[in-house]
Design a protein around this ligand. Structure first.
Ligand SMILES: [Zn+2]
Length: 327
């Protein structure tokens, strides 16, 4: 009897534990989506020739929100910011990063999508070319002892000018948190990329990451257990949709060596979308245009539709554009 009671107790405990686990609630599997426009205010993010990341990320995020509300009306779409400012009236970038994740958590978000633009040193290459010649004075010495004389002479030398080479790196990347982020290793699920964002402050200072190692470890474990696969699935959908619209896709990536706070601290599946390279003038023009922004928003919303359909109907294979075969 005691054995049975103990067994029953353990069974009840595990049912309770499973029931308490994220994703096992009674509510619909995808109800609230948090759209996070990266940066804002004095944190302008990466720089283009004409624009800043904070502004374009906000414009794209607002289009994502509008399209998502229009096409998935039963979804609750929340924004971390709707103005060009750091969210939550925060003045420091680190505090704002914390605020973004806390807001998503306390709003009961089921999905977190952070929207950014990329930049890379590889797009900032210079070369020099000869633009003319000039006369240069130089000196020679002749004679010995007291008769030694310094003689000025001239020669013709080329004149060079430094110029910027066209940007060569373009395309989209979607980040998910690394499985073993806490161990800080370099690894990726998709293409191993040498192209990393140089204009970013998406990660916290090392001291801040170290500030609460227990909390960080628990969150990383929770992410691995409940959110990794879902985040990876959504990220793959996003990159597939971008590729379908003709963009160059770098695929799903992980940035293990420094973590990404908004992915690490959100208690829900989460992705960070780098929608293109702002320091590539061609991509900057595309991402600043209405057509470009709508196309990017369309890709993200299509991916969310597919993700939602998958959660609601896990047996069906969902193909691109959120349609089930035969529909
Ligand atoms: Zn960014």
């Amino acid at each position: 009897m005691l054995k049975t009671t103990v067994l029953l107790w353990f069974t009840l405990c595990s049912i309770w534990a499973v029931g308490r686990g994220p994703g096992n609630d009674q509510k619909p599997p995808l109800k609230t989506v948090i759209v996070d426009a990266g940066h804002g205010g004095h944190d302008g993010g990466a720089r283009g020739e004409l624009s800043r990341e904070a502004i374009l990320a906000l414009e794209i995020s607002l289009r994502v929100r509008d399209l998502m509300k229009q096409e998935i009306p039963d979804l609750n779409v929340l924004m971390t910011r709707e103005q060009d400012e750091l969210p939550g009236n925060q003045s420091s970038i680190n505090a704002a990063l914390r605020w973004r994740a806390d807001y998503a958590n306390r709003s009961g978000g089921d999905l977190f999508i952070s929207i950014h633009l990329n930049a890379t040193a590889a797009n900032q290459r210079y070369a020099k070319k000869q633009v003319g010649t000039k006369q240069q004075t130089y000196y020679v010495y002749s004679g010995k002892g007291k008769k030694r004389k310094k003689i000025a002479k001239t020669r013709t030398v080329p004149v060079y000018e430094k110029y910027k080479l066209p940007a060569t790196v373009s395309g989209t990347q979607t980040y998910i948190l690394a499985r073993d982020w806490y161990n800080i290793k370099l690894k990726s699920v998709g293409n191993k990329s040498e192209i990393y964002d140089t204009g970013e402050r998406d990660t916290l200072d090392q001291e801040m990451i170290q500030m609460d190692p227990v909390e960080a470890r628990i969150r990383a474990q929770q992410y691995t257990k409940y959110f990794f696969q879902k985040s990876l699935t959504l990220a793959s959908f996003v990159e597939e949709e971008f590729a379908r619209s003709g963009r160059r896709s770098w695929g799903v990536l992980q940035r293990d060596w420094d973590g990404i706070w908004v992915l690490q601290a959100t208690q829900m599946p989460s992705i960070l979308v780098e929608t293109g390279f702002i320091d590539n003038p061609e991509e900057e023009a595309y991402l600043a245009s209405e057509a470009g922004q709508l196309e990017v928003a369309r890709g993200i919303v299509n991916a969310v539709k597919r993700y939602k359909a998958m959660l609601e109907n896990p047996e069906k294979t969902i193909t691109a554009q959120g349609e089930t075969p035969g529909q």
